[in-house]
Design a protein around this ligand. Structure first.
Ligand code: GLU
Length: 442
C-alpha cells in the first residue's frame, strides 16, 4: 500500500508552532514511506477563511521545507460534498433539525437539571412532513445532523494505540449549518475517501471526532484510513498555541531570522523520546522518528531550547550554505564566516558581528591600560601575518610588562573589538591585518 497523507489547515490565520507539528509529522511519515503529501485547505467557513491566509500557509510550509504533491481547496469541491449529503439523506443518516440555538441551550439545561448528559434528544426525527412544512413556513431553515449508530467505535491509533470512542454518549453532530454551509466533518471524510488518504495524522484534540468520522466513512462505503493522534504542543506556560493571539507564528520565527530546520525540530521532537538536537535535514529526522517515540504526555515548547538549537545549527553551518545568505546581507568572506559563526544565535546576528572585521567599531580603553596599549601598538609584529602572529605579539608583551591572563588579553580585546566577548583573537588579528589594528589601538 502506498502511503498518502494530508495536512488540513483552516486558512483562518497564519500557522503557528502548534500547527507546524502535524504539518511536519505528516511530512516525515510520507518521506519515510515514499508516500504522497496532500495539502488540503479546509476553507468551508467562508466568513473566516481568506485566500491571503491560504497563500501565507503555503509560504510557511515552503519555508519549513515541505513540498506538497497536491493542493486542494475544500471551497472548490462543494459538488462532491453535495453528492455525499444526498446519499446520506437517502440512507436516512442525515436529518433536518429546526431548533434555534436558544432552544438547544434550554434543552441542554433541562437535561442537566435531570442529571442526564446534555445530548441532543433527536426530537427532529419525530417531525412529520407537515411539521417541517409549518416550521419552514415560519421562516426556519434546517441544519442537518448525522444520525450516529451510538456504539463503541474502536480503532487502532498508530500513535496512541487501541482507542474506543463511544458515539452513544455524543449528540448527533451537525454536518450542515442552517445557511447550507458545511462544517469541517463531512467534507473531511469525503475528501479523505476521494483522495485515497491512507493515514490521518493529527492532533489528539480530534480523537473524539474520529468516532463520528469512522461512522461517516462507513455510511458512505469508503475505506476507513488509519488514524494517528499526536500530543499537542503547548507554549512554555503550558497553554495551547492560538491563531487568534497571533502567538509564535511561523512567519514571526522567519522574520526573526530563525533557521527553518531549528523551528521544525523544536516543533516536532519536543514531547518525543528523541532529544531536541541538530539534524542535517528533515529527511534525517524522518528516518529516525517513529510514531512509537511520540510521548503520550504533554509537549511543552521551550524557547531557550530553540535558541540553543538554532545556535548549534549556525555554529556548524558551512560557508557554502551561508554564502548566498551572507551576500543577501551584503557580506562575504569564508574566513570571516568561519571565525564569527560560533557567536551567532540567529543568522542576522552576523551583520553586527561582521563589524568587528569591517569596522567601524568603538575601541574601549580603560585609563589604566593606556600605557600598556601604547606599548602593544609599538610591539605589533611586522607583516606578513599568520596564525602565529598573535602568540608572538602577546609573548613579547608578557615579557615586557609581566602581565598575563586576563590582564594581558582583555585590554587588547576591548581595544580591538570594543567588547569583552567574541571570536578568537588569534584569527581575528589575521583577518584585520596590521593597518586596522594600528587604527584601533590608542
Ligand atoms: N481543519 C482541521 C483542523 O485544522 C483538520 C483536522 C484534520 O486533520 O482532520 O483542525
Amino acid at each position: 500500500m502506498s502511503v498518502i497523507v494530508r495536512w488540513a489547515p483552516s486558512p483562518t490565520g497564519r500557522i503557528h508552532l502548534g500547527n507546524a507539528r502535524p504539518a511536519l509529522l505528516n511530512w516525515f511519515f510520507a518521506r519515510r514511506h515514499g508516500g504522497k503529501y496532500v495539502l488540503r485547505m479546509d476553507d468551508t467557513d467562508l466568513a473566516r477563511s481568506t485566500r491571503a491566509f491560504a497563500d501565507g500557509i503555503e509560504e510557511d510550509l515552503a519555508w519549513l521545507g515541505i513540498v506538497p504533491d497536491l493542493l486542494v481547496r475544500q471551497s472548490e469541491r462543494t459538488a462532491l460534498y453535495d453528492g455525499a449529503r444526498d446519499r446520506l439523506i437517502a440512507a436516512g443518516r442525515l436529518y433536518p433539525c429546526y431548533e434555534t440555538e436558544d432552544e438547544l441551550d434550554r434543552k441542554r439545561a433541562r437535561a442537566r437539571l435531570l442529571g442526564k448528559p446534555p445530548i441532543y434528544d433527536r426530537a427532529a426525527l419525530a417531525l412529520t412532513d407537515d411539521d417541517r412544512a409549518r416550521l419552514e413556513a415560519e421562516g426556519r431553515k434546517p441544519h442537518w445532523r448525522f444520525k450516529l449508530d451510538g456504539r463503541p467505535v474502536q480503532f487502532e491509533d498508530v500513535i496512541k494505540g487501541a482507542q474506543t470512542v463511544n458515539t452513544a454518549s455524543m449528540s448527533d453532530p451537525v454536518l450542515i449549518r442552517a445557511d447550507g454551509s458545511y462544517l469541517y466533518t463531512l467534507p473531511s471524510v469525503v475528501d479523505d475517501i476521494d483522495l485515497g488518504i491512507t493515514h490521518v495524522i493529527r492532533g489528539e484534540d480530534h480523537v473524539s471526532n474520529t468516532g463520528t468520522q469512522i461512522e461517516i466513512f462507513e455510511a458512505l462505503g469508503g475505506t476507513v484510513p488509519a488514524f494517528g493522534h499526536h500530543n499537542l504542543l503547548t507554549d512554555a506556560a503550558g497553554q495551547g498555541f492560538s491563531k487568534r493571539l497571533g502567538s509564535q507564528s511561523i512567519a514571526d520565527f522567519r522574520a526573526e531570522g530563525y533557521e527553518p530546520l531549528a523551528v521544525a525540530i523544536a516543533a516536532t521532537l519536543t514531547g518525543t523520546s528523541l532529544s531536541v538536537e541538530p539534524y542535517e535535514s528533515l529527511d534525517a529526522i524522518a528516518e529516525k522518528l517513529d510514531f512509537s517515540m511520540i510521548s503520550h504526555g504533554s509537549a511543552r515548547f521551550d524557547p531557550a531550547e530553540l535558541n540553543g538549537l538554532n545556535a548549534r545549527l549556525l555554529h556548524a553551518m558551512s560557508y557554502e550554505d551561508a554564502a548566498p545568505r551572507l551576500s543577501a546581507l551584503g557580506l562575504e568572506g569564508e574566513a570571516m564566516w568561519m571565525l564569527l559563526r560560533e557567536n551567532l544565535t540567529r543568522f542576522p546576528d552576523i551583520v553586527e558581528w561582521s563589524r568587528l572585521v569591517t569596522g567601524p567599531i568603538a575601541p574601549v580603553v580603560a585609563p589604566e591600560d593606556q600605557d600598556f596599549l601604547a606599548l602593544a601598538k609599538a610591539l605589533l609584529p611586522p607583516e606578513p601575518w599568520d596564525d602565529t602572529t598573535w602568540g608572538q605579539w602577546t609573548d613579547a608583551l608578557k615579557t615586557a610588562t609581566g602581565r598575563k591572563g586576563k590582564a594581558l588579553f582583555m585590554p587588547l580585546r576591548m581595544a580591538l573589538t570594543g567588547r569583552h566577548d567574541g571570536p578568537e583573537l588569534k584569527s581575528l588579528l589575521v583577518l584585520l591585518g596590521r593597518k586596522a589594528c594600528l587604527d584601533r589601538l590608542p
